[in-house]
Design a protein around this ligand. Structure first.
Ligand code: ADP
Ligand code: ZN
Length: 628
């Protein structure tokens, strides 16, 4: 609470200062309105009496209850020109009015105007209102209250940021392609439904299950399915929501969450992205993050604070189990770990079947073919794919999703939105050569994945694209396959250089080169596929995780580092030479293919191969037969 006030005051100070100036401004502007007719020149009272005597005064307008007057006087010397003069009158001069009447002066009285006062009052109100509004806004923001203004002031106490679903309505049938994980978790359902069965024989029911897998593989869905199958409420919160601006809020959210959960036991608590709070304590440059550590400590305390058989099971999800604090993984906490992997081809097929249930598919659509085309897709990608296809179908006013929509949706999910094709120009031809360069290497190297299509229709960042039929879920890739991929990726640049010359090569190969370097480096440092021999020279984590890993980065001497660089260079140079040779040897067919591509914008893989086969031998590719 006191921290929060300090921050709030810090914010309030500038507002106070600004407000003060605004206030002053408003105040002085309201003062100006009182000086109405301020334009008139001033004249002393004595002078006024002289003028009156001389009969030069023709009119008097009284202001401010008779204390000021604007006097109209004629100047006999100057052609009877009328002057308007301002006079301060003495407070009590009853004779004055009489004298004025005597002199036959036209007399008018203007009662004091009230709106000046109103403006003044409003002006004075502006500042406090601003201040209050400012503070109010601040509190609201800092507390992030979902419940609106009513809760704005008690921000020190955390609001429930977790969601609760009494019935998730998700069953194991809705989760597909992750059968092993499902089997493991089946037991958790039994823990919730029939705890006696376990406690009777003295078994301790686990409190926590950690789901490990990349985003979109269905971890949330699995947790919901457990709750759905067991018929218990589902509490969920994301780890990142624990961590807030104010120290202590995260910890009190954890307390709130567990309190609510205990009231509703048996139930499931689902913590998404637990790595946001559960990172190794003391890691990170400049010490730890107090707030996160407090939150984590609170979480550990709560987990230890209830018995396994109270019917609460905590399911947490992460894709970085390596960064988690070891205390989280100790027995009695998240001691069960279930990995949820990206689905294989059978898994993808069954996920597609789940998501096709409520979609209208034309009879020609083969889910099997889609599953083949989408290695590496997660469940979320596949759900997204079918949804994009459905949207395209509606946009094209068709009754059912056809293969055309599916194809476009795959392209879209993988490579982004379609752009408008370039008009025929030199740069279109150059992109054409670049893409055909990739495609021809891909076609002529035996170990390269076959070309699916080549296109000059831009998509996402890419101005042209060569699609390859991905080999099916390979976990093992041979050296010659990696080399073929490197050569294929260099094909674009090689074509530019061989056809247009050294001076004309473009930035279009930037991405390709990045991939090339990556692959070549991994061959040397991870897979032992170079003259350096079978050694692993790099830690697997890859990403620098600030702090802990920074110290242990290089595991080899500078001498080895230089030799790694040399090896990477050699691999890339050899592959580039191969690619250039392919360009020179096949110049005729490349020219023909580019002409066709510029004209048609897209060539599909089969046609591409047929044209190439008219000029040279095209090697058979194993996996291609399977895909047809
Ligand atoms: P995660 O929590 O692993 O990031 P989600 O469970 O939030 O992934 O998945 C997002 C969506 O993707 C789900 O709501 C569901 O529609 C779809 N999905 C993901 N995995 C699967 C799966 N194995 N089976 C069916 N649908 C899935
Ligand atoms: Zn390229």
């Amino acid at each position: 609470m006191k921290f929060s006030w300090r921050v709030a005051l810090l914010w309030a100070l500038p507002i106070l200062v600004i407000g003060f100036f605004l206030w002053q401004g408003a105040f002085s502007s309201s003062a100006v309105t009182a000086g109405n007719n301020a334009a008139a020149t001033r004249m002393s009272y004595g002078r006024f009496l002289d003028y009156l005597e001389a009969g030069r005064v023709t009119g008097v307008d009284l202001y401010e209850g008779g204390r000021t007057a604007i006097v109209e006087a004629v100047d006999r010397d100057l052609d009877n020109r009328v002057q308007r003069l301002r006079v301060d009158l003495p407070a009590n001069d009853p004779q004055l009015i009489a004298r004025l009447r005597e002199a036959n002066v036209s007399l008018d009285n203007h009662p004091p105007r009230n709106d000046g006062a109103i403006w003044g009052l409003l002006g004075n109100l502006v500042f406090p209102v601003l201040l209050i509004a400012g503070l109010f806004f601040l509190f609201r923001r800092s507390s992030n209250a979902p419940g609106g203004p009513g809760q704005a002031m008690n921000f020190g106490k955390s609001r429930a940021r977790f969601q609760m679903e009494a019935k998730t309505g998700v069953l194991f049938d809705d989760v597909a392609g992750v059968d092993e994980a499902k089997e493991e978790l089946q037991e958790v359902v039994t823990f919730l439904k029939k705890p006696e069965r376990f406690t009777a024989v003295g078994a301790r029911i686990p409190k926590g299950v950690l789901l490990i897998g990349q985003p979109g593989t269905g971890k949330t869905l699995l947790a919901k399915a457990i709750a759905g199958e067991a018929g218990v409420p589902f509490f969920s919160i994301s780890g990142s929501e624990f961590v807030e601006m104010f120290v202590g809020v995260g910890a009190s959210r954890v307390r709130d969450l567990f309190k609510k959960a205990k009231e509703n036991a048996p139930c499931i608590i689902f913590i998404d992205e637990i790595d946001a709070v559960g990172r190794q304590r003391g890691a990170g440059i400049g010490g730890g993050n107090d707030e996160r550590e407090q939150t984590l400590n609170q979480l550990l305390t709560e987990m230890d604070g209830f018995e396994g058989n109270t019917g609460i099971i905590i399911i947490a999800a992460t894709n970085r189990p390596d960064v988690l604090d070891s205390a989280l993984l100790r027995p009695g906490r998240f001691d069960r770990q279930v990995s949820v992997d990206a689905p294989d081809i059978k898994g993808r097929l069954s996920i597609l079947e789940v998501h096709a249930r409520n979609k209208k598919l034309a009879s020609e659509v083969s889910l099997d073919a889609i599953a083949r085309r989408t290695p590496g897709f997660t469940g979320a990608d596949l759900a997204n794919l079918l949804n994009e296809a459905a949207i395209l179908t509606a946009r094209r006013r068709k009754d059912a999703i056809t293969m055309a929509e599916i194809d476009d949706a795959v392209d879209r999910v993988v490579a982004g939105m379609e752009g408008t094709p370039l008009v025929d120009s030199k740069s279109k031809r150059l992109i054409g050569y670049h893409e055909v360069g990739h495609a021809i290497v891909g076609t002529l190297l035996k170990d390269h994945d076959p070309v699916q299509k080549v296109t000059l229709v831009p998509r996402g960042q890419a101005r042209g694209l060569t699609w390859f039929v991905p080999s099916e879920d390979q976990t093992l890739i041979s050296r010659s396959q990696i080399r073929a991929r490197i050569t294929g990726a260099l094909g674009g640049r090689a074509a530019e250089e061989v056809i247009f010359g050294d001076a004309e090569v473009t930035t279009g190969a930037g991405n390709d080169l990045q991939q090339v370097t990556n692959m070549a480096r991994q061959m040397v440092t991870r897979f032992g596929m170079s003259d350096l021999g079978p050694m692993s020279l790099e830690s697997q984590s890859g990403e620098v995780f600030l702090g802990r890993d920074l110290m242990t980065r290089s595991e080899y001497s500078e001498d080895i580092a230089a030799r790694i660089d040399a090896q990477v260079r050699t691999i890339v140079e050899q592959c580039y030479d191969d690619a250039c040779r392919i360009m020179r040897d096949n110049r005729a067919v490349i020219d023909r293919l580019v002409d066709l591509l510029v004209e048609k914008e897209t060539i599909d893989g089969e046609e591409f191969r047929q044209i190439v086969a008219e000029y040279t031998d095209v090697p058979e590719k194993e996996q291609y037969a399977a895909i047809l």
